[in-house]
Design a protein around this ligand. Structure first.
Ligand SMILES: O=C(O)c1ccccc1NCC(=O)[C@H](O)[C@H](O)COP(=O)(O)O
Length: 261
């Protein structure tokens, strides 16, 4: 079994357990009293930098990245740096994240927040909305076409943006549908962890213009972003490069300032 299959199998067990403990009706109540959402797609369309900065403590490919930071400080630092939005990993077992991280980030900043999760059930979309997310991620590698349609339509009905992530042409072709806002190309193969920015470049021309194009993973230089912009990318998801430092917000500020020059 590859790591992605293992993550999804664990996620199914986790969601089934949670459903038994916290009923959908309780989450729906939390959604009802939640805030208006803000659009990451709009923020990216109106931005020069296009940076989506991630909160990432550890990962299957890197084990420990940074365990000593406080999510509120990271969120405030990113917002002050002027990023377009923040991605918050909420998976506990493989990434050391939680829904509490999302809630605490939400309490600290106004910018769009992405729940970075392995979403396989509508329940997780309600959770995302109830904990302050503005955007959800759907990963084409773990969903079929009907699941992508149902989950993305549920997200839209809750006024959430949808970022659909692909890694190859087959995933892209099955996924294109009007209920998506952004198409993300993950440069990391989630089954082998191999990273290549060529993946974003080669898939770019197959992504219709109505979707905001986002390049994800393995981005660590200004040159890489300038290069990817030539291929129509308006969003750049950066995790490790910021999180491996003592002060991710400061690093993001310096990065964005250099990008603007
Ligand atoms: O990062 C991993 O090792 C990983 C492994 C398996 C599934 C997903 C994984 N990462 C999720 C992401 O997409 C990245 O955290 C995100 O794109 C930022 O990547 P990076 O800038 O390379 O930290």
């Amino acid at each position: 079994m590859n790591i992605l299959d293992k993550i999804v199998a664990d996620k199914r067990k986790e969601v089934d357990l949670k459903k038994a403990l916290i009923p959908v009706s309780q989450l729906e109540l939390a959604v009802l009293y939640n805030r208006d959402t803000v659009s990451l797609a709009t923020s990216l369309r109106n931005s020069n930098s296009g940076i989506i900065a991630e909160h990432k403590r550890r990962s299957p490919s890197k084990s420990v990245i940074n365990q000593s930071l406080n999510v509120q400080d990271v969120a405030k630092g990113y917002e002050e740096a002027g990023v377009c939005g923040m991605s918050v990993l909420t998976d506990g077992k493989y990434f050391g994240g939680s829904l509490d991280d999302l809630l605490l980030a939400r309490a600290s900043v106004k910018m769009p927040l992405l729940r970075k999760e392995f979403i396989i059930d509508e329940y997780q979309i309600l959770e995302a909305r109830a904990h302050g997310a503005d955007v959800i991620l759907l990963i084409a590698a773990i969903l079929n076409k009907d699941e992508i349609k149902n989950l993305s339509e549920t997200a839209k009905s809750l006024e959430l943006d949808v970022l659909l992530e692909v890694h190859n042409e087959e995933e892209l072709r099955k996924s294109i549908m009007p209920s998506l806002d952004m198409l993300g190309v993950n440069n990391r193969n989630l089954k082998t962890f191999e990273v290549s920015l060529e993946t974003s470049k080669s898939l770019s021309e197959l992504i219709p213009d109505e979707f905001v194009k986002v390049s994800e993973s393995g981005i660590s230089s200004i040159e890489a972003i300038k290069d990817l912009k030539q291929y129509g990318y308006q969003g750049f998801l950066i995790g490790e490069n910021f999180m491996k430092t003592d002060n991710p917000g400061k690093h993001a500020t310096e990065f964005i300032n250099e990008l603007k020059q």
